[in-house]
Design a binder for this molecule. Sequence first.
Ligand code: ADP
Ligand code: MG
Length: 221
Amino acid sequence: MIRICDLDFAYPNGPFRLRLPELQLPRGTHAAFIGPSGSGKTTLLFLLGGVLTPRAGHIWAGELEITALEEASRRDFRLRRIGMVFQEFELIEYLTVRDNILLPYRLCRRLRLNGAVVRRAEALAEKVALGDKLDRFVDCLSFGERQRVGLCRALVIEPELVLADEPTAGLDPASKALVVEALLGYARSSGATLVMVTHDGDLLPHFDQVIDLGSFQEAKP
Ligand code: ADP
Ligand code: MG
């Protein structure tokens, strides 16, 4: 489902370089990206989601080459087909939990908001113990609650690819278990591909592939 070939990425204003000759994740894979801070885990997730584009190389999601798309089509593809859980949540403070979860439907005209979608959003919130907070504004939620809003927003579109950036970082054990179960449960039942960046060694047995980004860093001269 995901294929990377001769990827070469650099930020315009920094020395960081990510080179990845080849990576393949068959559809339905549950993969973990690990590696030290600064090794490019978030960068690679953003490249897979089409948020960033490489200098050279190719990334395919199924039959579609993300790296060949124009910016507007890449954004459309991301909003409709990829569930992204951001390291810093990226929630909208002045919207309620419900409206934050439904945000993809406001941002992408090709996603149709209807009663079934609203019920799905509410069921997801229920699953991660946010059912009683749907009408709250996110600025009065705890860290762990905000993380779970981001998770529901990623899953509400029923994505074929879920990219989750350290979704359990800083969570208490109970919230962590809810988040992991929601992500893995969704991936298992839908057949979606899941890529999770994590520092939690105890989660690694849940994954079919563990990719250490530290091992792709260039040797310093
Ligand atoms: P990780 O998620 O593994 O901690 P990142 O992918 O966030 O690492 O960052 C990899 C490297 O790229 C780091 O050295 C970081 O400082 C650098 N970096 C991240 N974002 C930018 C940016 N927007 N511009 C320049 N350099 C960046
Ligand atoms: Mg990161």
